[in-house]
Design a protein around this ligand. Structure first.
Ligand SMILES: [Zn+2]
Length: 209
């Protein structure tokens, strides 16, 4: 079994000076492998270390670091975790060793019986989603595939956050919503996926394609 803990709720907004302010959601999966997903900006190491300590985890206990994509707010503290295999988008490495995995052909990367990594390009061309399965529910940690809950109704939110391939992103949003009960988005709190949401996303697919 796995436990999914959000260590930090991501956010994004434009401040009064018109500047974009953003930091990502950081998530810990405790289970047969300990996995940390999206390590915030380089200025947030204390935030992460303190949050891990609250869950009795040291950086050396982490087996996998996953950055859902290569942007700076999702990779900032990867080097705290030197015992871990690092997955940054479609790239998998340990020290100077790189592992070839055909994410670009749609192939999932299985970590264990409960956790797998699914290619979900769109925001960048090599974005991934981490899917955690339990008996009752599936939790998807999606990075910026979903910016936040509000972008289900208001597509301009994820589109204006930058999308290298909006058509792929629309399709992958629908695909993930179909298999997930909960979504942890890149820049907002965790939300529950409803059938109404799934229908809405399907219609967006039709419009976007
Ligand atoms: Zn982001």
């Amino acid at each position: 079994m796995c436990e999914v803990v959000v260590l930090h709720d991501g956010y994004s907004f434009v401040n009064n000076d018109g500047e974009m302010i953003a930091n990502c959601s950081c998530t810990l999966i405790k289970g047969p492998h300990n996995i940390i997903i999206d390590t915030m900006t380089p200025w947030d190491s204390e935030v992460i270390l303190t949050a891990l300590k609250e869950h009795q985890i040291t950086p050396d206990d982490i087996n996998f670091v996953v950055s859902t994509h290569g942007h700076s707010d999702h990779t900032g503290n990867n080097n705290l975790f030197l015992k871990a295999t690092h997955i940054v988008g479609f790239s998998i490495s340990f020290k100077d060793k790189y592992y070839i995995h055909p994410f670009e052909k749609g192939e999932e990367y299985v970590i264990n019986d409960f956790v797998k990594i699914i290619p979900t390009p769109g925001h960048t061309l090599s974005d991934v989603t981490v899917l955690v399965k339990s008996e009752e529910e599936n939790i998807a940690i999606v990075g910026d595939l979903f910016e936040k809950y509000e972008d289900v109704n208001n597509q301009s939110i994820w589109q204006e956050a930058g999308s290298e391939d909006p058509i792929k992103q629309v399709k992958n949003r629908t695909m993930i919503a179909d298999i997930a009960n909960w979504i942890i988005p890149g820049h907002g709190p965790k939300f529950e996926v409803t059938d109404e949401m799934r229908m809405l996303l399907k219609n967006q697919t039709t419009l976007g394609a």
